[in-house]
Design a protein around this ligand. Sequence first.
Ligand SMILES: [Zn+2]
Ligand SMILES: [Zn+2]
Length: 434
Amino acid sequence: MSPEKMKELLCKAVDKRAEEIKAIGRDIFAHPELGYREHRTSELVQKNFANLGIPYRAGISITGVRGELKGRASSVRVAVLGELDGLICPQHPYADPNTGAAHACGHNAQIAAMLGLAMALVETGLLSELNGDVVFMAVPAEEAIEAEYERKLLEEGKIKFATGKQDFIALGEFDDIDLALMFHSGGDEKKVKVGGTHNGNIKKFVQYRGREAHAGGKPHEGINALNAALMGLLGIHAQRETFRDEDYIRIHPIIIKGGDAVNIVPSDVRIDMQVRGASFQAILDASRKVDRALEAGAMAIGAEVEITNSPGYMPRVDCPPLSNLFRDNAVALLGEDAVGETGHRPSSTDAGDLSQLIPTIHPYVNGAEGSFHSSELTFVDEDLAYVMPAKLLGMTLIDLLCEGAKKALACKASYKPAFTKDSYLAAWEELVAK
Ligand SMILES: [Zn+2]
Ligand SMILES: [Zn+2]
């Protein structure tokens, strides 16, 4: 069968299930869960795999699920990813009142489209025409926003990394994967954006320790850890003019504990922080300046500071031949004017880590409206947000695996990984130790 015919059959099958796909997107949007606790969403994925007769494993990195469909030959293995987690955004209209979780980053669309593609591939039986396997991965915890909860899971040995794709890498779930496809929802002027790069980052957990005293009666006997922290933060701000535009440095701390009681001199102040940049070198340079400033705050007040670095995300790199396939399919369905380039994004994603190991694409598909990571984010075009990506991912998959999987093999050949899995794991150890 020609690739064009296969694409036509796939799109028809996706359209046939469109209402079901949109209902999944809506359902997950209304039931957001936080990283490594996406139990309901995980069960929804498992139920769909079971209904489709797709063999799967669950409980990977706590809530992750991995299903698999075999092709005519297993020349290449392609992962299609969807992220399970929401983030903390309590003002969001669909926020969970208990946890504050909300799908303010639109990951619900990824799961809906991934399952939509699975439905269409099963229904059409197209994989019997293709020289490769498809591995569906529902992956937890892309956002990595709960420093203390992540530390607890790490200490308990339940995870090895704070984000799901990193943990999947460490567990060996990507060892047998050649290429990875995913998308993120967008709300830009172009309906689809392809290619581009992302910042990486290092995470910092900062704890200032001072001495308690009566805040009204005898403050002179205390050591004010909050004042030390504030001086540390001011020191960071004073260095912003030293960051080069091309390095896209972003440093954004939040104080997660400011003291114990208003009438006690604060003795335990905690800060959660990410230091982002476009390259490892830039991140390390900014990270050293941040540490210096934080230490200076402690020194000024006579407090103590402990800085714990941990892996954030690696910068994302693109695989242009793979992105071009996705672009061509987007142009075919939506027209040239609807498709643009992502460019460099100063935000970060753990798709960055994956992109350093295997060819990975992370295009954007619209359908959402309102600022991402805010209570405004909502979906206004469900066909574009949930249904269209299933088609675009599926068409790209057909391109990759048809005709002896020659395009997949060409993408692999053009790609020079920055790391092996072992050198990747070692690199993170080294980066956070500096
Ligand atoms: Zn996201
Ligand atoms: Zn996000």
